[in-house]
Design a protein around this ligand. Sequence first.
Ligand SMILES: Nc1ncnc2c1ncn2[C@@H]1O[C@H](COP(=O)(O)OP(=O)(O)OP(=O)(O)O)[C@@H](O)[C@H]1O
Length: 304
Amino acid sequence: MANQGDQLRQWVRSRVEETTREVLQERIEGARVLAVASGKGGVGKTSLTLNLSLALADRGQRVVVLDADLGLANINILLGYEPVYTLWDVVERHIPLRDTVQPGPKGIRIIPGGSGIAELARLDTVEISHIIEGFHELEGECDWLMIDTGAGLSEGVLAFVLAADETLVVTNPEPTALADAYGLIKAVWEQEGRVALKLVMNRVKSLDQGAKLGQRLTDLAQKALGQSVEFLGSIADDANVARAVMRQEPFYLAYPKSEATMAVGDIADRLLHRVPPPRRGGWGAFMKRLMDNWTIPGAINHQG
Ligand SMILES: Nc1ncnc2c1ncn2[C@@H]1O[C@H](COP(=O)(O)OP(=O)(O)OP(=O)(O)O)[C@@H](O)[C@H]1O
């Protein structure tokens, strides 16, 4: 018969197992909300959002992409189609969110934000709950909500970044782009954001250059701010990317053997195989944080 000491040890072990299970459950349940952002414009944010979404879809993931870039409906241009409805129709005309969803390649689905993104800022509680409900309904069918934000910190970009579970900061090797990427990381740190930050170096000359620059930026964030940023990898400067843009086809599909496609595949693998950040309450909670964050000073019309 087990003595009291053994019984106690057994009880402690089962409690530890139970708690671990609960923690893991919290980590793996619900769709992940990932915002893609950059300090500087034109560094490849939209291109990464779309092609990474396809790579995730290729790995069995169900992905919804929210095109929240106010400038242009870029995702649609990259895919070569006109959206029927955008988030604007949801906000202004009360069209169900589901009706805005456009089918994309490999089963990904796209929600064109259009000018509806700016409108989100002035919604009242009833209108917000209508939007939240729409997102909540879609969440059950998805593993990822990928958000293509605008460049810099303008027009609520910081609100999206702070509301997501994780934000992927994209930069290229140019000193100005690196400085602006650091500015974005610092802005998250200043707001004591709980979002998990990740970094991708785009348009590198070599993977070695990317790794060095990535290390330098993540070290700086850690030393100067105490802010951890996980480096996810680099994408080569690849002429196939521009070729695919001209064909209005994602490079992941048009050039499946290109360096850029391989790199995006590796980044998708890292996202899937490294420990995911804890979920922060699903899409409803994400939308709620988004609205709350929108009023942060500097979240609107503040560049760099
Ligand atoms: N790895 C790459 N190799 C070569 N060209 C690239 C690469 N990534 C992006 N580009 C080119 O850079 C240009 C800008 O890309 P993209 O539109 O994705 O940038 P963005 O950061 O989303 O821009 P914006 O700030 O306007 O939203 C595109 O024309 C694309 O062809």
